[in-house]
Design a binder for this molecule. Sequence first.
Ligand code: 89V
Length: 343
Amino acid sequence: MDKQTKLAVIGCGFWAQYQISAWKELHGVEIVAVCDSDHIKAEKTASRHGVKNHYADPAKLFANETPDFVDIISSIPSHAPLVHQAAAAGVDVICQKPMAEDFDTCKEMVAACKKAGVSFFIHENFRWQTPVRTCKQLIDDGKIGKPFKARLTFCSGFPVFDNQPALAELDRFIISDLGVHILDMSRFLFGDAAAIYCQTQKINPSIKGEDVANMLLTMKNGVNCFIEVSYASKLEQETFPQTLMLIEGTEGSIRLDFNHTITLTRSGQGSKKIQADPPQYPWADPDYALIHSSVVDCNRNIFGALTGKHSGETTADDNLKTMELVFLAYESAEKNQALSTSL
Ligand code: 89V
């Protein structure tokens, strides 16, 4: 048998079940243990996924197991202590987005991993969605000339709190949970941002944080990118969990519509349709299938990087630039002023 790379998963909630299923799609990964402070969740997850060992205490996991890497899929406040623990144990680490609740904590996590000599990746999957990759390829192939303006839209009324009730308790909700994905996607498509202006709203009275955000980014290459995210939208067509886009360039445009249909328009050449459906996996929740398939590709990219096959896209170092945009977005909304990035 080929040598297996040993993975331990920390956090056994709703999202972890799919992330574990996605790991099982990859050859060469063996999940040796799972861990959750709720030991029943850990035990059930181990038995559901055929994992030999389960723990309630990450310290015991690090003492008893010798994983090659850990995947942290737990609550946001637990990310930093767990990443520090993995670094101290000398274990490469992947952490779920958003990295942490404030920028200093993010920077400390990155520094601790560097100091310990361990690799640190963020599980940021939206940029791995099939239609997003297709749009990026069209831009890179020069099909629309030089992009100058874009609109990325994720406006939904999907009852996201039913499966993820903790999201309703976040003081900072939509930018930190969802906006982070779209901000990262904008960086993937157009490169880094120079400045951001943001306004937020709280429409749903039964949650703590904001559920609407409108963000205008000036990218370093001059693209103006408008990002709108909402979980308060009651629209004719529910589009969860899809990001719709319009990207305009000097020679044409790319429009990503509902159900992964891309319209590529080129000056003088008319328009053509491209269907960019994601791969289907039997374990995926149909409501989240687009995201769940991107989890496989995100994991594959990070695993390849961890095993020296190629460089990884979503390094924590790179993700600091996405996180800076998250925190600047909140600050911009509070001050009602555009703010510049430092990274
Ligand atoms: O992928 C996520 O971060 C999820 C969702 C898109 C459902 O908000 O929390």
